[in-house]
Write a protein that binds this ligand. Sequence first.
Ligand code: SAM
Ligand code: SF4
Ligand code: SF4
Length: 345
Amino acid sequence: MRRMSAFLGGAPARDLLGRRLHDLRISVTDRCNFRCVYCMPAEIFGSDFAFVPRAELLAYEESARLARIFVSLGVEKVRITGGEPLVRRDLPAFVAMLAAIPGIVDLTLTTNGAALRHLAAPLAEAGLRRVTVSLDSLDPEIFGRMNGVGFPVSRVIEGIDAARAVGLDPIKINTVVRRGLNDASILPMARWARETGLTVRFIEYMDVGNANGWRLDDVVPAAEIVETIGREFPVEPVAPAYRGEVADRWRYLDGAGEFGVIASVTQPFCGDCSRARISAVGELYTCLFATNGHDLRSLLRGGASDDEIRRSVEAVWGSRVDRYSEMRSDETEGLPRVEMFAIGG
Ligand code: SAM
Ligand code: SF4
Ligand code: SF4
């Protein structure tokens, strides 16, 4: 099924493989209060790690200006991310700027949930519609180990409750599965999501960046995740809601909702990839596995007009041929890649 597009501009930008520009992820910081083992391992990102100095971050006004330009090129969905977006000061002010842009049909945010208890209400008031919370296990010990700082799972659950209470619905839960760490958490997560009416999406552990020491053996394939859940609760596949949907959806036959699997390693979906990412310092990335971004901050700060920036983005997207996950092989192993916390997943 193809989703109706609300894009009112001219023809949306398309890349060399015919993929349109539709989703934009804006990273507002490279900092994070967690040290997830698969993203920012504590032994590498210690207290002496040099994060980006504040003056180098895009100001909210600059990011919002870019968002407007991207909307004129076809973007309809904007996700705020990081690092951990909730650690950046005054985030609701940025949400309000994005909420005021006509043409953004879906405005959302991905967070580790640590600060959601306090921020859910101001974010909703600012115009955020929904939220994705990353949560890898309900077991305090496993969760504490995975987030690398011993953060209590109960606080994340309080954050999810706070988000629900202010109507940030539907809430999606992202669960990265890493073999030997939280594979035993798959079923408890599925049970909990069924009981609470949340949609969980299990994500295959990816080889993003160069810091997490990724090995194929640590990936739990999506098929195995579906099988694990299907043994306790019979399920059937659900047709994608729109072209380019990254999660394969599965519905419980007893009517208790659904879950998703994001099989970026075992069943890559580059063919429909319509996502652009802007790092916290204003670089445009056209692939999660890119080596380099394209500097938009110099244009913003160098006095370029909206039209000039628009043409520059259009040129970058227009020459895009990225399909890393489809090409993943021994030859792509070890290539320099941007870290996930710099561009936000
Ligand atoms: N800090 C926020 C959070 O964790 O939700 C937003 C940024 S985080 C980089 C975005 C998403 O990427 C999270 O759901 C996280 O679990 C996922 N992620 C990070 N590293 C990953 C990896 N190596 N493989 C798969 N997903 C990963
Ligand atoms: Fe932080 Fe999110 Fe990366 Fe975990 S996945 S270290 S919460 S940016
Ligand atoms: Fe898109 Fe790159 Fe991921 Fe393929 S590997 S789906 S092109 S971000």
